[in-house]
Design a protein around this ligand. Structure first.
Ligand code: FMN
Length: 259
């Protein structure tokens, strides 16, 4: 059975969303916190750290996500993860917003493979965590990924989640499933597909194009249709069941802690 992950969506899939969803609709194989930005060796917005507090994540622990570009900042983030008994962290190399990419973070890192390498070198020198990466195919052109494959393959990553757009597209245009299918087998790590999955047919397309892929991540498609997880898993729900689940889910969203 294909593994299904919940995409991190800043301002949307926070702990309140994740707990409410798990309680009333379904359990993902993995969830991720929206990015926690660390810059100049310190938390850019300390309130982002609240999302990974164990008291907020009672049903399923997410994978905490780091947004930054230097090892010292990562160290600060790792200490927070270890303090709360997390065992895995994800590095954001996909955020396309100019305020982030202009500082060579998120997708902005991808056009500087030497900086990706330096960051991963620093992290793997002493990290106690399992490390995964969430990235795009590049910042400006998918061809950038050819160099990144060499860099990524040099590190013992847990997995690589690829959203096959480039940073400058932000969310416009099409996700390049063809390029994804070409590059995924060249990585020595498990690869997860992410981008524009809105239906069971979309999943079938990915499985046809890239048959070796055994994990997908869904974000906006789940917000449009909270039952997409069940549909992909072939679980049948009656209209009555769906209405009841949706009511409880919404109630939990607006009054967290009472579910
Ligand atoms: C509003 C919004 C916030 C996002 N926040 C994050 C984030 O914090 N970390 C991250 O890795 N990706 C973030 N993303 C990207 C998503 O995780 C995902 O890669 C993207 O939406 C494509 O997947 P989808 O088509 O299934 O939504 C965000 C996307 C949106 C639209």
């Amino acid at each position: 059975m294909i593994k299904i992950y919940l995409a991190p969506l800043q301002g949307l899939t926070d702990w309140i969303f994740r707990e409410s969803y798990t309680q009333h609709i379904g359990t993902f194989d993995k969830t991720f916190t929206p990015f926690i930005r660390v810059q100049g060796h310190d938390f850019y917005r300390p309130s982002q750290c609240n999302d990974l507090l164990p008291t907020h994540n009672t049903l399923q622990k997410p994978v905490p996500q780091f947004l930054g570009n230097d090892f010292e900042s990562f160290k600060r983030f790792e200490d927070l993860c270890l303090e709360h008994q997390y065992t895995e962290a994800n590095i954001n190399m996909g955020c396309p917003y100019p305020m982030v990419t202009g500082r060579r973070m998120g997708a902005g890192l991808l056009e500087h493979p030497a900086e990706v390498e330096a960051l991963l070198n620093g992290i793997f020198t002493e990290t106690k965590l399992k490390i995964s990466v969430k990235c795009r195919l590049g910042m400006r052109n998918p061809i950038e990924f050819e160099q990144l494959i060499f860099v990524l393959n040099a590190f013992p990553l847990e997995e690589i989640i690829i959203h096959p757009r480039v940073g400058k597209q932000q969310y416009k245009g099409e996700a390049d499933v063809e390029a994804f299918a070409r590059y995924a087998p060249q990585l020595r790590h498990p690869v997860c597909y992410n981008g524009d999955i809105r239906s069971v047919n979309d999943v079938k397309l990915i499985q046809t194009e890239a048959p070796q892929v055994d994990r997908i991540m869904i974000g906006r498609g789940l917000l449009e249709n909270p039952f997409l997880l069940a549909e992909i898993r072939g679980q049948e729900l009656t209209q009555k069941e769906k209405i009841s689940m949706l009511r409880k889910f919404h109630q939990a969203l607006i009054s967290p802690g009472t579910y």
